[in-house]
Design a protein around this ligand. Structure first.
Ligand code: GRF
Length: 209
């Protein structure tokens, strides 16, 4: 199957770009139907446009989460997508939003990438937190989104080392390179085989709200 994606991004957009490049070079069989951002200044919007993908900002400023999500859903309603892909999207999605993307198997068709080996170091500063903790190995997690932050059934994890002479910048750069490989690869696997989960991460435990 060819997977149809909506990508939500709040900032730089390097994961979006990696996904679009993978589609362009055919290592990912799919399409990004729309790019949405909550931040009008996000370079992700420029990247989407550069790849000729409809790309919009729905400014979050001054709006409650409910108001903003309902505008986002209005935009998304114009596209038919299999999965919503979060790529540095900095706003937590409510159960109201997630339920619009419920899969028949019970999980939400919403995927996130997080730059740590979850459940270690959730939150906005995972690289900084892992580095400050002094981990010898960190990694990247791609997971299905549930109603908790940086939480939900794990689709893939890829470790990377912290080297003795690393600075935070070199540590981050090593992790980001892993992100850019892993995210398109996981999406391609889903495109080919659908979502595969371990039994203990069963959808019934996910869709509890
Ligand atoms: C990445 O580190 C991603 O794992 C995290 O936010 C960052 C987004 O970077 N969720 P970019 O916008 O994709 O460059």
């Amino acid at each position: 199957m060819s997977i149809k994606l909506a990508v939500l991004a709040s900032g730089r957009g390097s994961n979006l770009e990696a996904i679009l490049n993978a589609i362009r070079n055919k290592s990912l069989e799919g399409s990004v139907e729309v790019v949405l951002s909550d931040n009008p200044a996000a370079t992700a919007i420029d990247i989407g446009k550069r790849f000729a993908v409809p790309s919009f900002a729905v400014d979050r400023k001054g709006l409650s989460r409910e108001e903003h999500e309902s505008l986002m859903l209005d935009k998304l309603a114009g596209y038919s997508v299999d999965y919503v892909v979060l790529a540095g999207y900095m706003r937590v999605l409510s159960p109201y939003f997630l339920k619009k993307f419920e899969h028949e198997r019970g999980f939400y068709r919403v995927i996130n990438i997080h730059p740590s080996l979850l459940p270690a170091f959730p939150g906005k500063s995972a690289y900084e937190d892992a580095f400050a903790y002094g981990v010898r190995v960190s990694g990247v997690t791609v997971h299905l989104v549930d109603d908790q932050v940086d939480h939900g059934p794990i689709l893939a994890q890829e470790p990377f080392p912290r080297l003795d002479n690393d600075t935070l910048d070199t540590f981050k750069a090593r992790g980001l390179a892993v992100e850019h490989e892993l995210y398109p690869a996981v999406l391609q696997r889903i495109s080919r085989e659908g979502v595969r989960l371990f039994p203990q991460a069963s959808p019934q435990k996910v869709a509890s709200t």
